[in-house]
Design a protein around this ligand. Structure first.
Ligand code: PEP
Ligand code: MG
Length: 754
């Protein structure tokens, strides 16, 4: 287990410290004023789960759970959380947490109040996707209280919404862990959030939202904050909107977090003066420059000192090709903040709490005071969302941007003015709600002075997909294609094991299921390329399926019967996949490509080609490639190319584990897992060099392709495309744009110097 002090960690420590923790460490290292603290790392959680035996119990409870069945989902989540919260923490773990707290108190010279927050280990769980979904406890004091809150943070990994999100985003429950950040509490007199650049257009406008007291008031949507817009190019404050701050959240004399009503004269008082705004903008610039991408920053001011509490990349800046606007005479019913762009028309459904989410049907307009994470399933069904309260970073705003659902927040009176069943049109860009179904006009948009939208990069930016359901949203990222369609998740979601279909004489049913899932993705992206990876079925993962009981028990499934070696032995299911793909190609979906996993030998590539051709699929019609996931494949790339491939894609998740002898799922060695280890980079460099010489395209689809620092290296090495997680596509594109520009500039400077 481990306690990591914030000043000891940086952005590379996400697997151990979670996104939040690693980020705070990174900021602290760069001299940004972050309150002192430590992280109870992700190994500790797993150790607790394993030592108490809960892990296996939980995995069993989640297997096969239908997350659309709200009641079942809630019941399962409740049971799991009860188990976690009532299990005793092993003494050594408890002592270590307490000792770290005592050290923090010693440093501060008193028994300190701390903020305790869960921190998602963001390898596969981008923090942004889980906004507001995990726990935060403010003003925690005393060892025992701290330990209890840590356990509560752990259990928050299994809230209904977190489980729901994981399933919908195609993550496996046993792939996740959680870290907990414990940080000295800043008892802010003023606090808020700021976007270092405009969150929708990307313009260099720093937008600051501020309220009195602790920042939770804004994030939870309890107040309508002041908004200040600072033009970073012209270096001036261009807009001041004073919000209605009816209350503030603060710490009372007993250390309790309380909401207090503000006196009337303070409700509309300006929160920040000019010099405080300039101070905040100074940090905004420092942080954005450090990360190279626009950030969403939480801050607080205590006794005149600015503290930065959190920073994360803004993931919503979009390439905006067309603008939609309303046509003709329209009646505006409500005005608010345009929090998530797009226009939605539908019937109003007013809901008071998550218990009523069943009322919201597909295409309705969800209207509520403020959304909560439990409303996410209904938010997904809605064609737009309107709230009474909240600013640009409230729950409704963040989540609707992620879901791609138009939203207007902070309208004050939506739940009073709108009536159940009435038809309205919501403009999430302009922040307006119109009466009736308004006619919409689309036109090309001229975007002037937008620095980040509309970026076209020479290196293609693709997206990884695991579930066909996610195709539309993945497509909406503007990705140049799918660089990895992992079909295992789709297959694991089928009623029975592939070989069981075959044994039951139902191969046609199996092919049909594969065909349908693949078609959804291929059609959505057509004509952009979709590289379908043939089944990479580890025995341990497939054993749980109906008919999976024959899966051999292996000591090391990672080194066992999986990938192409398995496909070639059980070639019957490999052939089923090829038949499904052939059907797509015959229907004209020639944008699909085939990629084979876990190659180690030349004859595997040869044999795979033979089988594909034997199934009558002409490899001249589609692209064929291999994953480079083993040092063996990297070192014999020359010979593999000889056999005939169009592309390679680095599976750095496996390439790293096989190069460094680090089981990618083993948390005891996770701290040594490093995709940028010189040995891994040497293999990658070698493969890119050879492929470039031989005219074979190169790509990456491992998780490292979603990390800007790795992407930067790969672009410099000359990779042709990068395939990232849907949420990382925009950041990756921005990173690539910046690196490419730098390379061009350096080239020009080199020429000029000659
Ligand atoms: C990889 O190994 O990097 C990869 C993309 O494959 P998977 O994560 O599915 O093993
Ligand atoms: Mg792999």
């Amino acid at each position: 287990m481990g306690i990591l002090w914030l000043n000891e960690i940086d952005k590379n420590d996400i697997p151990l410290a979670g996104g939040k923790g690693a980020n705070l460490g990174e900021l602290l290292r760069n001299e940004i004023p972050v309150p002192n603290g430590f992280v109870v790392d992700s190994r500790t959680f797993l150790e607790f789960m394993e030592a108490t035996g809960i892990l296996y119990q939980v995995n069993d409870m989640l297997r096969g759970l239908d997350v659309e069945d709200t009641e079942k989902l809630e019941e399962t989540s409740k049971k799991i959380r009860e188990i976690i919260e009532s299990s005793e923490i092993p003494k050594v773990i408890e002592e270590e947490i307490k000792a770290a707290y005592r050290k923090l108190c010693d440093e501060e010279g008193e028994e300190v109040f701390v903020a305790v927050r869960s921190s998602a280990t963001a390898e596969d769980l981008p923090e942004a996707s889980f906004a507001g979904q995990q726990e935060t406890y403010l003003n925690v004091r005393g060892e025992n209280d701290l330990v209890e809150k840590v356990r509560k943070c752990w259990s928050s990994l299994y809230t209904p919404r977190a489980i729901y999100y994981r399933v919908h985003q195609g993550f496996r429950h046993d792939e996740v862990s959680i870290a907990v950040v414990v940080q000295k509490m800043v008892n802010s007199e003023k606090s808020g959030v700021m976007f270092t650049s405009h969150p929708v257009t990307g313009e260099r406008l720093c937008i600051i939202e501020a309220a009195f007291g602790l920042g939770e008031a804004i994030v939870s949507g309890a107040v309508s904050p002041d908004t200040y817009v600072y033009d970073r190019t012209g270096k001036k404050l261009t807009e001041i909107n004073i919000g209605e701050k009816k209350l503030m959240i603060t710490r009372d004399e007993n250390g309790k977090t309380v909401k207090i009503d503000l006196p009337p004269e303070k409700v509309r008082e300006r929160v920040l003066n000019d010099s405080e705004i300039e101070e905040l903008v100074k940090f905004a610039e420092l942080i954005e420059n450090h990360y190279g991408t626009p950030q969403d920053v939480e801050w607080g001011i205590e006794k005149g000192n600015v503290y930065i509490l959190q920073s994360r990349a803004i993931t919503t800046i979009k390439e905006r090709k067309e603008e939609k606007s309303v046509k003709g005479d329209v009646k505006i019913l409500l005005k608010g903040l345009g929090a998530s762009p797009g226009i939605g028309t539908g019937k109003v459904r007013i809901i008071d709490s998550e218990r009523e989410i069943g009322k919201v049907e597909e295409g309705d307009i969800l209207v509520t005071t403020m959304t909560t994470p439990d409303m996410v399933p209904a938010m997904k069904r809605a064609s737009a969302i309107v709230t009474d309260e909240g600013g640009m970073t409230c729950h409704a705003a963040i989540v609707s941007r992620e879901l791609g659902v138009p939203a207007v927040v902070g309208t004050k009176d939506a739940t009073k003015i709108l009536k159940d069943g009435m038809v309205v049109t919501v403009d999430g860009e302009k922040g307006l709600v119109y009466e009736g179904a308004v006619e919409i006009e689309s036109r090309d948009e001229k975007v002037e002075g937008v620095s980040l939208g509309g970026v076209i990069t020479a290196t293609e930016v693709k997206v990884n997909i695991s579930i066909p359901d996610g195709a539309k949203r993945a497509y909406a990222t503007g990705a140049d294609g799918v660089g990895l369609f992992r079909i295992e998740h789709m297959v694991l979601g089928l009623p029975k094991h592939p070989m069981k279909y075959i044994r039951d004489g139902e191969i046609e049913e199996y092919i049909q299921k594969l065909y349908e899932g693949m078609k959804e993705v291929a059609e959505t992206f057509y004509p952009k390329p979709v590289w379908i990876r043939t089944l990479d079925a580890p025995t341990d993962e497939f054993r749980a399926m109906e008919g999976g009981e024959n899966e051999p028990i292996e000591a090391n499934p990672m080194l066992g019967f999986r990938g192409i070696r398995r496909d070639l032995v059980e070639d019957i299911h490999f052939r089923a996949e090829i038949r499904a793909i052939k059907r797509l190609v015959d229907e004209g979906l020639t944008n699909v490509g085939i990629m084979i996993p876990l190659v180690t030998r030349v004859d595997e590539v040869k044999r795979a080609r033979e089988i594909i051709q034997d199934e009558g699929l002409d490899l001249d019609r589609i692209e064929f490639g291999v994953m480079i996931e083993t040092p063996a494949a990297a070192l014999i790339i020359d010979e593999i190319i000889e056999v005939g491939i169009d592309f390679i894609s680095f599976g750095t998740n496996d390439l790293t584990q096989y190069t460094l002898a680090i089981d990618r799922n083993n948390e005891n060695v996770a701290y040594m897992y490093d995709e940028t280890h010189p040995a891994v980079m040497k293999l990658i460099e070698h493969v890119i060099k050879v492929c470039r010489e031989r005219g074979v395209k190169t790509s990456i689809c491992g998780q490292a392709g979603s990390y800007p620092h790795v992407v930067e290296k790969l672009v410099k090495l000359g990779i042709d495309s990068v395939s990232a997680n849907p949420d990382a596509v925009q950041t990756v594109r921005e990173t690539i744009a910046r690196v490419e520009k730098k390379l061009i500039l350096e080239g020009l400077r080199g020429l000029n110097a000659k």
